[in-house]
Design a protein around this ligand. Sequence first.
Ligand code: ADP
Ligand code: MG
Length: 344
Amino acid sequence: MTLTLTSVSKTYPDGTVALKPTDFHVAPGEIVSLLGPSGCGKTTLLRIVAGLETPNPGSQVKFGDDDVTELPVERRKVGMVFQSYALFPNMSVRGNIAYGLKMQKLPAAEIDQRVAEVVRLCKLEPYVDRRITALSGGQRQRVALARAFAPRPRILLLDEPLSALDAALRDTLRDELAGLLRKFGITALFVTHDQDEAMAIADKVAVMSHGTVVQVGPPEELYRNPRTRFVAGFVGHAVHLEGQVAGTTLRTQGGMLTLPRDGENCEVFVRAEDVAITPNGALKARVESSVFLGTHYRLGLSGITAGILYSNHAGLAAPARGTDVRISIDPSKLLLIDQSGATP
Ligand code: ADP
Ligand code: MG
């Protein structure tokens, strides 16, 4: 089911502009994550799609050709999974999954059949008669998903479903969730503030900032071609390389860099993984900090840009603090952000 938002905005009664007029499109079966920092309007957007929040006049939400803008939540046929899961703790897994189907007054045989189907999909067979309180975090997540999916919603909405879990579990469940959503084959909108999660789960990522979607694209495209400063910084922590651009060169405090193309009217950004320590690098820098992180050292470098420029150094040893080093950056790894994208 296609989801189309046209000029959707939301001002709360206290005057907070949570969402500026936003256009947004999700293709049938596509999994899109809304990625952005806390307070940027992700939950507001999701709740408007669900019908839990009324958008400003002039907003339009469509599921396929069906204009649902005025439709109450119970008639929109959306499935929802929240951070808290909101499961009934003392009910069994089966009871939780069947609950919504009973509310819809479906015949008992159909309820049994649908419960069996989602239980199988979500690999919950061994737990159907267990109470929720006797399940692990991961199992609870699968129950929440199964419950949301059982009524055959038109669209599935997930609001930070992994953020209450501890870090070790989160990685496993993230991949599991990505797999399950694809098995469901359902149009899904997934809200997160975590870029790794957004990239791992979604076909497309919509980056939000200050109440609007600033860039939408497949994870690889967002990563390689951020169009705004904000996206460059938020997705992959690119750092602004200060200096004077002239044609295809950038003059920094630490030396000259070659740009991948004419950089007139552009700002130049780079990520830590693309800053290399090499004996004959073009830039001079000083190591201010060196932290061993297992797969690499994270070096903090001064002398190139006003703040600290980080370098992920994969070698078996790293230069110590206070050492002068040479740095090189592959021109193709430099991100050029046009001035039109300079405002967040
Ligand atoms: P996110 O989910 O990205 O963290 P939200 O959509 O929850 O962001 O919030 C967006 C903005 O709207 C924030 O500034 C938040 O404080 C504000 N906000 C959210 N809900 C309400 C509300 N019911 N009344 C007033 N302001 C709200
Ligand atoms: Mg939120």
